[in-house]
Unconditional design. Structure first.
Length: 148
């Protein structure tokens, strides 16, 4: 790379990239859950308990059968890099398109006529799964310091 351009390269140590990845997944997960629980607070009694429980079950399923594979691939890719890694490299570039599509779907769902308490199941599902999956990034991050 050109020496003049190197100073603009947003490269960080891969340990930092793992921490950033975990923080992003954790933050988005918390955001989605807070929004969902806000919607649930307007639901009536027993109904909110069942809806919340359905969201938690969905979160466990999404985490186990979907996000863990994705997170493991991202972690393996990050750890396989030598030296510093681009700060945006916590996931493959094609995944950014998936993020844009998912954000768009979230906006569309919020604008839809689906009652918010029912929509909270989806938000708790994805938010909880992201929260749980962020733990894998942090475990790997702290494991790298232990193995030194």
């Amino acid at each position: 790379m050109n020496r003049k351009l190197e100073k603009f390269d947003p490269a960080v140590d891969k340990r930092i990239l793992l921490a950033i990845s975990g923080a992003i997944w954790l933050s988005v997960g918390i955001f989605l859950c807070i929004r969902a629980f806000g919607w649930l607070s307007g639901a009536a009694g027993q109904k909110e308990l069942w809806i919340g429980a359905a969201g938690i079950v969905l979160a466990l399923l999404i985490h186990h059968f979907g996000f863990l594979k994705l997170v493991n691939r991202n972690i393996d890719r990050i750890l396989s890099k030598d030296g510093k890694v681009c700060i945006f490299g916590f996931q493959p570039w094609k995944s950014y398109l998936i993020i844009v599509i998912m954000v768009g779907m979230g906006i569309a769902l919020r604008q839809s006529s689906i009652p918010k308490p029912y929509l909270s199941v989806i938000y708790i599902g994805f938010g909880g799964a992201m929260f749980l999956s962020s733990i894998r990034y942090f475990r790997t991050f702290f494991g790298l310091f232990r193995n030194r």
